[in-house]
Ligand binder design. Sequence first.
Ligand code: 0YR
Ligand code: MG
Length: 370
Amino acid sequence: MRITKLEPIILHAPVTRGGIADSMHTLTHWGAPGVAIHTDAGLTGYGFSGTHAHLPTDKLITDCIVESYGPFLLGEDPREVRALWEKLYRKSEIYWVGRAGITHLALGAIDIALWDLKAKAAEQPLWKLLGGSAAKKVEAYNTDSGWLNWPVETLVADCRRLVEEEGYRAVKLKVGGPNPGEDLRRIEAVRAALGPKVRIMTDANGRWNLPQAVQTASRLADYDIAWIEEPLAFDDVAGHRRLAETIRTPIALGEQLYMAAQFRDFMAAGAVHYVQPDVVRLAGVTEFWQVAEMAHGNNLPVCPHVGDMVQVHQHLCFAHPACHLLEYIPWLHDWMLHPARVENGVYLAPEVPGAGMEPNKAALAQINRI
Ligand code: 0YR
Ligand code: MG
């Protein structure tokens, strides 16, 4: 099987209720710039990055995929994905202009499409190709009920619905709003509504400085909060270590880290408890696996951040022994040929061959195809 053509695709999918906010970002659409990799075997692999749907920047990613990396892929066998990753990263020397950022996001989307082809050629879902089992329990926690721009009544009603009607046992709330007292009141209201058995995670998206984080995060244990996510600036290893030594609530982070080496540094410093790699910010399945192995070796749980809207991560969680809990955000649900399925707060193992990011007809027909 040989690669014959790379075709850029950009999807922009509306988010829930027309707009969401966390402490740092406000968005109306989720962006999925990526690629269809065609082969002479009649198989096509799909891989996407995850963005805030800024079209000119999404085009930089797809240009990088097709113009910069594309020539290194034509004529190659996509099943040799690890060797191709090395070729694209090292031999191309594209890392010279970006070991992180757009070039890395582009490499991630390509890597996902190559794993998709490898799994399709093997006629297996990716989790099976990677040695996983459908019998494994992969629990879902829902992030889509906890946005900072929703009034507390909406927050409480949504969390209640997810738990009482949909069967979730874990939800995540955004914190880091302008008033720390208000953050705590929202948490208190949700805890009171859900009772003691449901797990509640919190996520500050990198908003606080160290004293703010010490002050607010120290209070989270009063509400039995499962973790505080990205309390400080994304890359601050020393700050997260100091916070970890100060508060009782565990620290989760990783969604903004581009490189396996950054995860190594956070783990070595004792600055992270729940490790949250994202297959679309790291360079794909290949680099994700490296991070998951490191975490496993350090006895740390891996709870991926879902910039792919769970489509690839569900496979990785059924396959990797450090993964038992996976975020759920449904923004690509209506645009995927085989959207992820959650029942009673638990993921169902995908049955179709591939890595899970194949767009459906509606997506291909409607959305910004270039
Ligand atoms: C905005 N999950 C997150 C939104 C969410 C972000 O990028 O998607 O809050 O992905 O932090 O943990
Ligand atoms: Mg987060």
